[in-house]
Design a protein around this ligand. Structure first.
Ligand code: FRU
Length: 495
């Protein structure tokens, strides 16, 4: 049996042993989670011949994540999903330590899937892995039907990346403009800010994105890199570039930002720069675009969000899905690990442009899952753990609290600060996540067993967090809103 067959067999065996996961009260009904084991970034998001494809970083054999394959879900309506066999395994020399993140580009009735083939030199420690002991191969796979995949083809290796880069280059995303193909990847550029000779100056890594160009999707050349003037983290992962209503957006997941009271509160961040100019322009040899850190907006301010990716569906909607988790955060207390799984993806969110900013809202399809609308007072008990609440016309300081015998979580708005706190904030740093919001009008809360997504002011801010109901009594308090509605929600169908 070759390596690929053996990994496939081991995955199938692991996926058969789902009994404990199926019974887990923390399993998710609305969010895509791993069939078994671990999930991180969404990958290769696309709609191809009517079918939505969600690939994802999947470690079926280990709920703490190790071997990274591409898991695969598909759907026609984003409500009924089919769990398909993992699409790509690390079965070649050039991807032996992980089929890392990447994307899908669609053209000529073909899915072109690009990912990073990760290779770590055996025995290399962290520093060596950054500067010499790692290969970041850019690999292409194609598919004509979204189910069968071609042989893998390496289209770039370390030798194709600029010299002044560390070995951390990854997560390709591809698009086309005026007949040419462009690819963006995340990287870590070695700079010597003290000036002068390399030897005399302290080396500092800058988070950047690298742009490559191609005429045929196979031969790629480095075009330019883009970063901030002032260092904004040491590494940018999972970059994405797209336009919303004609406005250019550069999304990235920077590592190494300093925590501040009302922003950058997690270990790593994800957000976007609204650019003044398109990323590809007339004078491409110059780094015309220098993203301004002052114009960086976090996608999500909750405890658990990282590495989002967007795609454009056949209706022309720009849809974002993130990982409802973060790398290197302390998840020691995550109770799902004992049952054999960890983490999930966020709900798919539609991105729209409004008044100089981006809004994120769950796809309207989700409303089909609503049961009867209930008007609730300041306090009620939820009979189920999957529900939605909309608190409208908030005219004063407000409080939304989901409590049990103990409090499970609490969102409080007072004096311009929205403060979301978890009883069990333990494990991910501070107990609460805070944002400054000038005018709070509306809160939409989607609670899914052990996950909550909070949409504030029709998607101006979002907060995604895992939490765990400590017992069966779920008391909901909503104070300060003129009207509060609630719906119990049906779950997604996964076959
Ligand atoms: C982000 C990330 C990517 C990488 C992948 C590996 O969470 O670190 O940069 O490709 O996860 O699983």
């Amino acid at each position: 049996m070759n390596l690929s067959e053996s990994l496939r067999k081991q995955t199938q065996e692991a996926e058969k042993k789902q009994y404990m996961i199926e019974q887990d009260p923390n399993r998710l009904a609305l969010h895509l989670m791993p069939p078994v084991g671990w999930i991180n970034d969404p990958n290769g998001l696309c709609q191809f011949h009517g079918v939505y494809h969600v690939f994802y970083q999947y470690s079926p054999l280990d709920p703490n994540g190790s071997m990274k394959a591409w898991g695969h879900y598909a759907s026609r309506d984003q409500i009924q999903w089919t769990q398909l066999p993992a699409a790509l395994y690390p079965d070649q020399k050039f991807d032996q330590d992980g089929v890392y993140s990447g994307s899908t580009f669609i053209e000529n009735d073909t899915m072109y899937m690009f990912y990073t083939g990760n290779v770590k030199q055996p025995g290399a420690h962290d520093d060596e892995l950054a500067y010499s002991g790692r290969e970041a191969n850019t690999v292409l796979v194609t598919s004509k039907d979204g189910i069968h995949f071609s042989e893998k083809q390496v289209v770039m290796t370390n030798a194709d990346y600029p010299q002044e880069y560390t070995c951390h280059i990854r997560d390709p995303k591809v698009w086309k403009k005026e007949g040419r193909y462009y690819m963006i990847q995340g990287g870590r550029k070695m700079q010597y800010p003290g000036g002068g000779a390399k030897e005399n100056s302290q080396q500092t890594d800058y988070g950047t994105v690298l742009i490559f160009e191609s005429d045929d999707l196979v031969h790629w050349n480095f075009l330019k890199d883009i970063t901030t003037e002032k260092r904004f983290g040491y590494m940018w992962e999972c970059p994405d570039y797209f336009e919303v209503s004609g406005h250019p957006v550069l999304s990235t997941s920077p590592q190494g930002l300093t925590h501040e009271e009302y922003c950058y509160q997690n270990v790593y961040q994800s957000g976007y720069f609204l650019l003044d100019d398109e990323i590809i322009g007339a004078d491409d040899k110059h780094n015309r675009i220098v993203p301004d850190p002052e114009k960086f907006h976090e996608w999500d301010y909750g405890f658990d969000f990282y590495a989002p990716q967007t795609f454009c569906d056949e209706k022309g909607r720009r849809i974002l899905i993130g990982w409802a988790g973060i790398g290197d955060a302390d998840y020691d207390n995550a109770p799902t690990v004992a049952v054999g799984w960890q983490h999930a993806l966020t709900l798919p969110r539609e991105i729209t442009w409004s008044d100089g900013r981006l809004l994120q809202n769950p796809l309207p399809e989700l409303k089909e899952l609503r049961g009867t609308e209930l008007a609730i007072g300041e306090e009620c008990y939820a009979a189920d753990t999957v529900f939605e609440i909309v608190a409208d016309e908030i005219d004063a300081d407000c409080l939304v609290q989901i409590s049990t015998g103990e409090e499970a979580f609490c969102a409080r708005y007072e004096a311009g600060i929205f403060d979301f706190s978890l009883t069990d904030g333990a494990g991910r740093g501070r107990r609460s996540r805070k944002i400054r919001i000038r005018d709070l009008r509306r809160i939409r809360l989607i609670v899914d067993n052990s996950m909550v997504e909070i949409y504030i002011n029709d998607g101006e801010y979002v907060m995604t967090s895992r939490f765990y109901f400590p017992d069966d009594q779920r008391k909901i308090k909503v104070k300060g809103a003129r009207e509060t509605k609630m719906w119990y929600l049906k779950g997604l169908e996964i076959v």
